[in-house]
Ligand binder design. Structure first.
Ligand code: FES
Length: 127
């Protein structure tokens, strides 16, 4: 797995959620109790951006409908979400934050509704 240097430590202060990209992979980066966590930026419920959410005592709160996700496992701790979000490995060394991304993680972190938005619209008929 390749680790990517995506931010300086100072860019992710305690309790803040930031949106970062590794290529086309959109990641929510947050610090809680001194530790940096990286997850997919899309909520597993209805794709809201988790970078608009909040760090709570339990995990990452989605601001749309209130699901909280465990930072370590990505599992939802409260409804309405029922599926986990993708969690990426993080390293923080010498004032730099590194996130590990491989093909499988990148695929699982994609937006749920992306496939639906690619559907061909119904043909219109002219009279
Ligand atoms: S989109 Fe996140 S809880 Fe609904």
């Amino acid at each position: 797995m390749e680790f990517h240097n995506i931010a300086r430590s100072g860019q992710v202060p305690e309790g803040v959620v930031r949106r970062v990209f590794v290529g086309e992979v959109e990641i929510a980066l947050a610090r809680r109790d001194g530790t940096v966590h990286a997850t997919s930026n899309y909520c597993s419920h209805l794709d809201c951006l988790l970078s608009s959410g909040k760090v709570t005592e339990d995990g990452l709160l989605c601001s749309c409908h209130g699901s909280v996700f465990d930072f370590a496992t990505g599992e939802p701790l409260s409804p309405p979400a029922t599926r986990p979000i993708t969690v990426f490995p993080v390293r923080e060394d010498d004032g730099q934050i590194w996130v590990g991304v491989d093909e499988e993680l990148a695929k699982s972190a994609m937006r749920r509704r992306a496939a639906r938005s690619r559907r061909t619209p119904p043909a219109t008929s002219a009279r």
